[in-house]
Design a protein around this ligand. Sequence first.
Ligand code: ZN
Ligand code: ZN
Ligand code: ZN
Ligand code: ZN
Length: 608
Amino acid sequence: MEEKRQCQNCRHEFRIEQEDFNFYEKIKVPPPTFCPECRSQRRMAWRNERTLYRRKDAFGKNVVSIYAPEVPFIVYERDYWWSNAWDPLKSGQEYDFSKSFFIQFNELLKNTPVPNVFSNNVIDSPYTNHVGYMKNCYLTFASWECENVLYGAQETRSKDISDSRAGVNNELCYETINCEKSYRLEFSQDCSSCINSAFLYDCRNCADCFGCIGLRNKQYYVFNKPYSHEQYKEKMNEYDLGSYEVKQKLQKEFYDSLTRFPRRFAQFINTVNVTGNHCRNMKNCYACFDLYDDVEDSKYVANGGLGLKDSYDGYGVGVVCELLYEGIDTGVTGYKERFSIVVYTCRDTNYCFNCENCSYLFGCVGLRNKQYCILNKQYTKEEYETLIPKIIEHMNAMPYTDKKGRVYRYGEFFPPELSPFAYNETIAQEYFPLTKEQATEQGYTWKDPEQRTYQSDIKTEDLPDHIKDVKEDIIGEVIQCAHSTSSGQTASAVCNEQCATAFKIIELELQFYKKMNLPLPRLCPNCRHYARLRQRNPLKLWKRSCMCAGGKSEIRNSKSETSSKFQYTNTAQHFHGQDKCPNEFETSYAQERPEIVYCEKCYQAEVV
Ligand SMILES: [Zn+2]
Ligand SMILES: [Zn+2]
Ligand SMILES: [Zn+2]
Ligand SMILES: [Zn+2]
């Protein structure tokens, strides 16, 4: 049985299928009232990954924190928070049947200490968050086991890299997105095992290649054409990436060439019955993104993996867990963790924030090694089991209603208006970008950038074009971001990307640019981060058919100036001969995009 419902938030219709009802029954939650996209946006409004502030902790010490100075939380430095010097049960409160659950939870959140940042085993990396096992990293977020990583996000086991996103096992790489096992790779996306190369897209096992798309096991290729070793060396002398001007020109040329080669409808490795993008070793999953290794029977999950079964609605979840629902940063041998924010190794929990190694919790904050607690108050097993059904009944009888009239009964994630983070401080802004006006209109909070008190020392146009002309004294100078105006303000027409208006070059960074022969950046780290995000497809799917029309692709409107209409000519015989390819798929490329999108079979026939 399939049902259609109207989303409480966007008013669009969404489907709940029989298998979904089965899942909700298994974990004893009612079916959702928000559509999958609005649920994702609502969760994300609780995750501030990369906005850091200087503020005082609860003892008056200056700390770097994800909580803005005006957020009335009890902030502890993470080492102190993790010690046994304080007792989170102290803020425990009796459940009050005269107030809505979410109001009570919000009070508890304000009365219970929180760590300044979410991190674990971090050495000399103060400007990081949602990270673990990091050494000497700077402005790097949501990353794991990294060393000397600058301006990274979602990096795993990478070393000596800068400005990269969603990479695994990379070394000496710059501006890479979704690349793995690569060495000295620059300005590249969706590549694996590539070395000494730049401007590659979907290449595997290539060395000394430049400006290439869809190559396998190649060396000395430039813009997909083979060269001799000598010719290649000459070409590379022309293409001096140490010059900002040369880099900009080549980057544009590469992006133009990208729209003229077919795209694979999705990046999948070893998947069976999966829809989404960037999935590996998975089966029976729907609308899953950036998930890897041993993931089964899950829906609407992004970012994570490593053993995830029967789970719905998550961002940053996994590591040997089962039956998770509506969570951000949750898992690690978790079981039935429902409505969770930073919850690890817990069993049968509801509405928890920052709890670890617990079981049977309802509405708790900051607990470790506890059982049978409600709003941080300890109960016996019998008391707990008697109270829970009453609380769920109360949540349904006295729901929380937000400013826009959206109703939160048992089964809804936390209302975004109770989040300690403004919409534009969170990853919601990255995946569902809004202007200030739109965000306010939709009932989200917004934080205006802080007024800068300093004047920029250097304008980007005054920076040396070539890295060889950059002197050591640039370190620590205030450089104006190219997206900001001379008065130090960002024109929202130019940029809605949380522009920091100015930035500095740190010592490790300058060494990196010199070593790699890369020009200084002209944008602040936030604008660079958002530029990389724009290179990626959204976490959303469209039903489409393969654009292979026989010997050629369907005609596309190309963004390129040289060819406004473009048709790709196949280089190989395809399984469907001269007829149009009959294959259909769900893809994260929207219908109106300029790329030529091929099914797996047609695409594989074209990569060489
Ligand atoms: Zn919706
Ligand atoms: Zn900027
Ligand atoms: Zn096809
Ligand atoms: Zn084809």
